[in-house]
Write a protein that binds this ligand. Structure first.
Ligand code: FES
Length: 104
């Protein structure tokens, strides 16, 4: 295996969309609408020509499991946030992700 270097840094938005069986009685981001947030973020990144430099990644459980909303992580910062799963929240997250990379 040979390492590959990209000519620019990729910023990544991790969105937990784990869908846990309701029988467990434990909440999950997937039950709270995270898939819609993932879809919206991916669509917005593509529409704004940010694809490649900004990546939206759907993940499994990040082991934080909120009762409402979903867990979102920024990479490479390693910061995690509890977010609503609304289009408005998606706009805020994307703006913050882009701003976090603006100083590079
Ligand atoms: S289900 Fe999303 S963090 Fe656990």
């Amino acid at each position: 295996m040979k390492p590959v270097k990209k000519p620019y840094e990729i910023r990544q938005l991790l969105v937990c969309a784990n869908l846990r069986d309701p029988v467990t009685g434990k909440a999950s981001c997937g039950q709270n609408g995270a898939q819609a947030l993932v879809d919206q973020l991916k669509k917005t990144v593509k529409e704004r020509g940010l694809k490649g430099r900004y990546v939206v990644t759907k993940t499994g459980c990040l082991d934080i499991c909120p009762d409402k909303g979903c867990i979102v992580g920024f990479q490479p910062e390693g910061e995690f946030f509890h977010s609503e799963c609304t289009p408005e929240a998606g706009e805020v997250l994307l703006a913050r992700l882009v701003a976090s990379g603006a100083s590079e």
